[in-house]
Each structure stands twice: as structure tokens, then as C-alpha cells.
Design a protein around this ligand. Structure first.
Ligand code: 9EZ
Length: 529
């Protein structure tokens, strides 16, 4: 699985290192940060890849105007300015650089905690106004205070370690990172409701998702000690701005350090103007070091993708990532192969698909097998835009086509295989079940409708699958000769109710639909694996 990137457009101010790395790897690059929306729409069809920072809004109309676009990369953390749903639907990979800003964001968070505690901004301003106001700016120490860290990813961890050196006790919560991990960096993991009454400071380090929108709200402020201080260096809206204003007015909140806002730039915001608030204009990642790092990282990630070595940073291509890994690559091929075969045998009438994985080695494979199965399935169907179908968009396109997939897993494997994948589709003619397995690095077919293959054929194209009897083989050979194709291998299943299935590999694909020449041949389908 290699993705060719011939031309890449960089439409935002990204460190020149990015251009350099791409060009050194034979990729043609145009950097133009002055494109209007109309110009971008006109230019984008020429490019295979797009790199942005924050200024370019990669909306659905930009994505849909692109005809060759394979990947959109953001030199930074998060993909807020990219319409990921539109990209996924089009099969376009979306990628960011999740680690490049970490230290800058963590340092800025610490800077806001300290600045807020000593009222640095107001004190410095009063000096500039010629004052020497020593009574007004009595601060407090961080030593011995408790910091609650909500979100214990890379940034949360770095903030914890830095603030511990100031003598702060660090407690925190994360739905994914557990207490066993966080205790290794001296952060006591607690459920959020146990955090609020203990903390002197709260800092948030989560993405903005439905579960984190207004996470710090009136209820949280009232569960905290009076005088709690809060920091948001993550995403605007994690702290409810109206609740924060109320808490600042009442004194429940003694101070806030804010780098991000619900609306950026904030318009005439009473929060920004509040004397207890120190605000900065989204500067968390704005350091020369972070900007150089994210520029290098996004370029290297693009290069790795063209070499098929890694999909690091991709946020919408879990199946594709598995198609790159040597261990899971044959499993993805198996999913695609069984999907193609199921679609060929069952015709276009299937509306429901059941995918069952057997064997502990496949216990987590359902997630990406699902996309692989659907890609194979849709590729063999008559309608739709095949050029755009891939492992990124197959689940979305299947859903739009009304195709539902139910995924199941069992650790015990029937028969003598170490792992097995079974696919059942419901068709107007009844259910069809096929089974396959991975043999070495190949995807192979084990069974069709209860008829097993003693020598499992490899699922690769071009191939013809047919249903008939022993004598059907002659019809197939004759039929192939008529359309100028030859079989290069043959596998027959056991007979069930005097019917058997056969798979033949062809020397070249057949253009016209294959004609059955004798009655003994019940069905024949060409498969595009
Ligand atoms: C953290 C989170 C949600 C959260 C959600 C995700 C990485 N991350 N963190 C704290 N995806 C609620 C509270």
C-alpha cells in the first residue's frame, strides 16, 4: 500500500524545513500563502497533497473541488480547520503532528499558572505607567498547592512534571490514561468529582469534543474550594466562559489563565478584560522550536506515507494503517478478498453483512476488517465511483448505500485453523456464507456455503468463481477460451448436494461478462480482488 504524492500545496505559513524535506524526497512543492478561497478552489485539483497550519479553512467545498487529493496534513496538533467528515467521505487521509507542540504548550501553561499567581501582567503594566504599587500585588506561593490536571496525555504529563518542581501536588483525570500510568509520573488519578474539592488550580489538556465542551461549568466551580484558579491552554470552550465569568464575579474563582477562546479572536469579551484574567492570543504552540518541529514532522510523515512505511499522525485511516503493517496486511487483504467474493456471489442485493472473526490473534481485527470487507464489497458492485473508493471511505459509503455490518468475535476457532474470518450476507436468494484465513502472508478462501476447499485458493485477481459440478470445469475452460483468457490455476471445493464451487485464476481479466456455455454451470462471477 503506497500512496503516490507528486505535487503538494502548502497554503499556510509553514517553516521552510517542510518544503526542503518534501523536495529532497522528489516531491514537487508549491508554497503559496496568499491564495483566496476562489484561487484555492481553482488550484486544488492540481495537487495530491495539501499542507496547512491554522489559517486555511479546508472546508467541504475545497475537498470536493479536489480531484487528485489523497492527503491533507496539518502542521500542528488537532485538525480544527479541516472538515474531516468531508475528507473521509472522499477517501482523503487527514493527518496532524500530535507531538510537535507538546513542550511549547506545556511551558505556556506553566507560564500562565505562574503569571496568574503573581498578577504579573497587571504589575508589569502598572510599572509601565510609572507606578510602584507594592501593596496591590500581593501574590501567593505555588509550593504545597494542589493542581488538578484534566487530560493526562503528552501535554498534561509535561505540565505535571514541571509544576511538581515548584512543589505542587498533582492529581488528575483521564478516561484513557489510567492511574497505574499516571502514578509513574506522580500524578494521582482520581474521578473528576473527587478532584474538584481538593484543587487550588485546574488545568485542562483535552481535545474539544462533546464530552469536554463546558467541562468546567457552574457545577464544577461550586464543587471547588473558594478561590480556585483555572487555566485553559488547550481548546476554547472546555471552560464554560459564562460560568467562568460568574465564578470570577463571585470570587469563587480567584483567577484564570486563558490562551484559547470559544470565539477567536474574542470580540469585546468581558472575560479577557477581567482584572483576574491573564489572556494570551492562542500562543501555546507559537515558538520557533515548535513551528520548526511540526513543519519537519508533517513533511516526514508525508514522505513515510509515499514509502508505505508509516501512517503516523493519520486520524481517519485505521484500516489503512493496518494495511501498511506487515503483521496485519494479509488480514486486510483477506477482508477485501472476502468482501469482493461475497459481493460477486451475492450480487448487489445484500443489505446486511455479518463479519465474524475467530481466534485470539484477530480479537481486535474487526475494526479494520470491517473497512476492508466493505471496500472489497463495494468495489465489486456495479454502481458508485470506484476511483474514489478506498479503506478510508468504505465504511461511510457503505452506510450511505444502506449496507449494515455486524461484527462479532470468538476466541475459539472451528476446524483446524489458527484463525478464521467468516462473512455472511443476506441476499434476496437467502444467506451466503464464505470463510477465509491467512496462510503465510496470503489471504486464502476456505469455504463457500459449507463446501470446503482442500487446497484453499489465494484471494487474488483476476479470478473467476463458479458453481456447478465436476463437469462444469470443461464449460469454464471453453468459455474462457472464447473470451481469449486462460486459467493459470484451479481449486475445487468438496461437493455438497452434488454441487461444488471452483475458483480459477486467470492470465488476464475478462472484459465481457462471462457466458455459461453448458447447463451444468450454475453461476460464474469474475472477481476483482
Ligand atoms: C479527558 C477527556 C474527556 C478526553 C477525551 C479524549 C484524549 N481525550 N481526553 C478528560 N479523547 C473528559 C475528561
Amino acid at each position: 500500500m503506497v500512496i503516490a504524492l507528486r505535487k503538494v500545496l502548502i497554503s499556510d505559513e509553514v517553516d521552510p524545513k517542510c518544503v526542503q524535506i518534501l523536495q529532497n524526497n522528489g516531491i514537487e512543492v508549491l508554497k503559496n500563502t496568499k491564495l483566496s478561497k476562489e484561487e484555492l478552489l481553482a488550484e486544488i485539483p492540481k495537487y495530491d497533497g495539501l499542507i496547512v497550519r491554522s489559517a486555511t479553512k479546508v472546508t467541504a467545498d475545497v475537498i470536493n473541488a479536489a480531484t487528485n487529493l489523497k492527503i491533507i496534513g496539518r502542521a500542528g496538533t488537532g485538525v480544527d480547520n479541516i472538515d474531516c467528515q468531508a475528507a473521509t467521505r472522499r477517501g482523503v487521509i487527514v493527518m496532524n503532528t500530535p507531538g510537535g507542540n507538546t513542550l511549547s504548550a506545556a511551558e505556556h501553561t506553566c507560564a500562565l499558572i505562574i503569571a496568574m499567581t503573581r498578577e504579573l501582567s497587571l504589575a508589569a503594566q502598572s510599572m509601565k505607567e510609572g507606578k510602584w504599587d507594592r501593596k496591590k500585588f500581593m501574590g501567593s506561593e505555588l509550593n504545597g498547592k494542589t493542581l488538578g490536571i484534566i487530560g493526562l496525555g503528552r501535554i498534561g504529563k509535561e505540565v505535571a512534571q514541571r509544576m511538581q518542581s515548584f512543589g505542587m501536588r498533582t492529581i488528575g483525570y483521564d478516561p484513557i490514561i489510567g492511574g497505574d500510568v499516571s502514578s509513574e509520573w506522580n500524578v494521582e488519578w482520581l474521578p473528576m468529582e473527587q478532584i474538584w474539592p481538593q484543587v487550588d488550580y485546574i488545568t485542562v489538556h483535552t481535545p474539544l469534543i462533546p464530552q469536554t465542551k463546558n467541562l468546567i461549568n457552574d457545577t464544577v466551580f461550586s464543587a471547588c474550594k473558594k478561590g480556585v484558579r483555572v487555566v485553559n491552554c488547550a481548546r476554547g470552550g472546555i471552560i464554560d466562559e459564562e460560568a467562568l465569568l460568574r465564578a470570577l464575579e463571585s470570587g469563587q474563582c480567584a483567577g484564570a489563565g486563558l490562551d484559547v477562546f470559544v470565539e477567536e479572536p474574542p470580540k469585546d469579551s468581558p472575560i479577557v478584560k477581567h482584572p483576574k484574567v491573564i489572556a494570551t492570543p492562542h500562543l501555546g504552540a507559537s515558538t520557533t522550536e515548535a513551528q520548526t518541529r511540526v513543519a519537519e514532522e508533517i513533511a516526514q510523515q508525508f514522505v513515510d506515507l509515499t514509502k508505505g512505511t508509516s501512517l503516523f499522525g493519520a486520524i481517519n485511516a485505521p484500516a489503512l494503517a493496518n494495511a501498511l503493517s506487515p503483521e496485519t496486511k494479509p488480514v486486510v487483504s483477506l477482508g477485501e478478498g472476502l468482501g469482493s467474493l461475497a459481493s460477486a456471489i451475492g450480487g448487489g442485493s445484500a443489505k446486511s453483512v455479518q463479519l465474524t472473526t475467530y481466534g485470539s490473534s484477530l480479537s481486535n481485527a474487526g475494526k479494520y476488517l470491517n473497512a476492508a470487507l466493505l471496500a472489497g464489497f463495494l468495489r465489486n458492485q456495479g454502481s458508485g465511483d470506484k476511483a474514489q473508493l478506498n479503506l478510508v471511505n468504505s465504511p461511510v459509503l457503505a452506510k450511505e448505500a444502506g449496507l449494515e455490518v455486524v461484527v462479532k468475535h470468538e476466541d475459539a476457532v472451528p476446524g483446524s485453523y489458527s484463525s478464521l474470518v467468516a462473512v455472511t450476507i443476506q441476499t434476496s436468494g437467502g444467506p451466503i456464507t464464505i470463510k477465509g484465513t491467512v496462510s503465510g502472508s496470503s489471504a486464502t478462501l476456505v469455504e463457500i456455503q459449507g463446501a470446503t476447499f482442500s487446497i484453499p485458493p489465494v484471494l487474488r485477481g483476476p479470478a473467476l468463481v463458479f458453481k456447478g459440478s465436476n463437469s462444469s470445469l470443461l464449460s469454464v475452460a471453453n468459455g474462457l477460451e472464447k473470451v481469449g483468457s486462460r486459467l493459470t490455476s484451479l481449486s475445487l471445493s468438496q461437493e455438497v448436494d452434488s454441487t461444488l464451487w471452483g475458483v480459477v485464476h486467470l492470465d488476464k481479466p475478462i472484459n465481457s461478462s462471462f457466458q455459461t456455455v453448458e447447463n451444468s454451470l450454475l453461476a460464474a462471477h469474475q472477481i476483482v480482488f
